[in-house]
Design a protein around this ligand. Structure first.
Ligand code: MG
Length: 258
């Protein structure tokens, strides 16, 4: 029974069990925890929040993650870092890699300027359906597009972004990376190869310390002050205030190091 299994997660994680907890956070090949918690989240949000109440929907997801079952979205603490980065960038066109259940897309939509549009890419169709339901319920579906795909699929998703979502050279103001950790750097390089970033574009990347994205961190440190200017935000793992994590906020300078 999914509900019974979810019930076991109440109050979780217990102190002293954090390494085991982290293994349990690793998503399956569908990008889900595997016990139905993502569908349970959608039911919880739709049952407990008024339609169109964006703040209430975000709060309900945080409440679910703290009290019912852990979620691998960016969470409230790191979400505030994301909010501040979006606010200061004042972006018009935004890209997210890793929609999951739509939590960070909701946060981004809450603070992005009027008229801005976010496209969020999710590899798992089931997650994309859940996120779309939640985004519609929160009243932001007109400003957030969810695309099922991945940037390493041979060019199909890149083409869709170009042809249907207005991605063009210099047109991407802000990107948030929160998908497969081994995909951050290759996907950033795909975005760079498209020429979508302009000097001043901002790229925020989650989970750099935990579970860790060492190649991306090395890349940003190597190009500090030349191709990128990165601020390292020392913070904590989503909904785990004892476990450290690192969020990188990188401004594209557009200057080649050589
Ligand atoms: Mg994350």
């Amino acid at each position: 029974m999914r509900s019974a299994r979810l019930g076991l997660a109440k109050g979780w994680p217990a102190r002293g069990s954090l390494p085991r907890v982290l293994r349990r956070l690793t998503p399956n090949s569908f990008g889900q925890a595997g016990d139905g918690r993502e569908r349970a989240l959608a039911r919880h949000v739709l049952a407990t929040t008024p339609s169109g109440d964006l703040d209430a929907v975000i709060a309900a997801i945080d409440e679910f993650a703290y009290q019912k079952a852990h979620l691998i979205n960016v969470g409230d603490e790191k979400g505030a870092i994301l909010d501040a980065a979006v606010r200061s960038a004042e972006p018009r066109r935004l890209l997210e890699l890793g929609t999951y259940c739509g939590y960070s897309a909701l946060r981004i939509a809450r603070v992005m300027p009027p008229g801005a549009r976010l496209v969020s890419i999710e590899r798992g169709a089931a997650n994309a359906r859940i996120a779309s339901r939640i985004l519609r319920h929160a009243g932001v579906a007109q400003r957030v597009g969810v695309v099922v795909g991945r940037l390493d699929d041979g060019g199909a998703t890149l083409a869709r972004l170009r042809e249907r979502h207005g991605f063009a050279p210099g047109a991407l103001d802000f990107a948030f990376l929160d998908h497969g950790k081994e995909e951050y750097l290759p996907d950033l390089e795909r975005i760079l190869a498209q020429g979508w970033l302009r000097p001043g574009s901002i790229v925020v990347a989650d989970n750099i310390e935990n579970p860790g994205v060492p190649d991306y961190l090395r890349y940003m440190r190597r190009h500090q002050g030349t191709l990128w200017r990165t601020t390292e935000h020392h913070t904590h793992v989503e909904y785990q205030h004892q476990l450290p994590d690192l969020v990188l906020e990188s401004e594209y300078l557009g200057i080649r190091p050589d």
